[in-house]
Design a protein around this ligand. Structure first.
Ligand SMILES: CC(C)(COP(=O)(O)OP(=O)(O)OC[C@H]1O[C@@H](n2cnc3c(N)ncnc32)[C@H](O)[C@@H]1OP(=O)(O)O)[C@@H](O)C(=O)NCCC(=O)NCCS
Length: 183
C-alpha cells in the first residue's frame, strides 16, 4: 500500500548520534538481535567518526519534531576486485521502520547507494537477501535488480576460531597433493 511520508536521504550528521543509534538498534531488533545501548552507541561512534568500514545513508522524517528521527537506513562498502579489477559496491543492510514502509524510502536509500557507487567508480552494486524474504525480493525486483543463483556461506564465531586454528603452523602436516600433475 502506498504511504505518503515526507523525508530526505543523506548521510547522518555529527550531532545525530541519538537518532542513528535508535535506527541501528531498531534494525537489529528486526533481526531478533538484542543490542545493548553501549553496542549501539559504539557502532554509531564508529560510523559518525568515519572509523567503520561501511558508509551509511539515513532517511530523515520531515516534520516539526525538535529532534531528528530516522525512518530508514542503509549501510554499504566497496569490495575489491570486481570484473577487470574495478570496485564493486556492496549493500550490506537496508532497513525501513514498519510504519514508514511503502513510501519509497528504500527506493530512495538504494538510489543514494547507486549514486555513491557511481561516484566511487564502481562497476556494479550487489547485495543478498534471504530466499524467504518475499517483501524484500519484490522491492528489489521493482528496483530493477536481478536475482542470481549463488550460494551464501557463513561461518560463525566458533567456527571461525576452529577454522583459523587449522591454519596455524603447528597444526599443519605435510599432506599428499590431491591432484598429481600428468606424468
Ligand atoms: C524491504 C524494505 C527495505 C522495503 O522498504 P520500503 O521503504 O517499504 O520500500 P519502498 O517503498 O521504497 O518500495 C520499493 C519498491 O518495492 C516495491 N514494494 C514495496 N513493498 C512492496 C510489497 N509489499 N509488495 C510488492 N512490492 C513492494 C515498491 O512498489 C517499490 O517500487 P516502486 O518504487 O517502483 O513502486 C522494508 O520492507 C524493510 O525494511 N523490511 C525489513 C528489513 C528487510 O527485510 N530488509 C532487506 C534485507 S536485505
Amino acid at each position: 500500500m502506498a504511504v505518503d511520508i515526507l523525508f530526505e536521504v543523506r548521510p547522518p550528521a555529527a550531532g545525530e548520534s541519538e537518532a542513528l543509534a535508535a535506527i541501528l538498534a531498531a534494525m537489529e531488533r528486526h533481526y531478533d538481535t538484542a543490542v545493548t545501548d553501549d553496542e549501539a552507541a559504539a557502532a554509531t561512534a564508529r560510523l559518525l567518526g568515519g572509523h567503520a568500514p561501511a558508509r551509511c545513508l539515513v532517511a530523515l522524517a520531515a516534520g516539526p519534531s525538535p529532534r531528528p528521527r530516522f525512518i530508514g537506513i542503509t549501510l554499504f562498502a566497496p569490495l575489491f576486485p570486481g570484473t577487470r579489477f574495478r570496485d564493486v559496491m556492496y549493500l550490506k543492510d537496508l532497513f525501513v521502520l514498519p510504519e514508514a514502509r511503502g513510501a519509497g524510502v528504500a527506493r530512495t536509500l538504494v538510489a543514494g547507494v547507486a549514486q555513491a557507487a557511481i561516484d566511487a567508480g564502481c562497476e556494479r552494486l550487489e547485495w543478498v537477501t534471504d530466499r524467504g524474504n518475499a517483501l524484500a525480493r519484490a522491492a528489489y525486483r521493482a528496483l530493477g535488480a536481478t536475482e542470481g543463483d549463488r550460494i551464501t556461506y557463513r561461518i560463525g564465531a566458533q567456527g571461525l576460531a576452529r577454522l583459523a586454528a587449522t591454519g596455524h603452523a603447528e597444526a599443519r602436516r605435510p599432506r599428499p597433493a590431491r591432484c598429481k600433475p600428468e606424468e
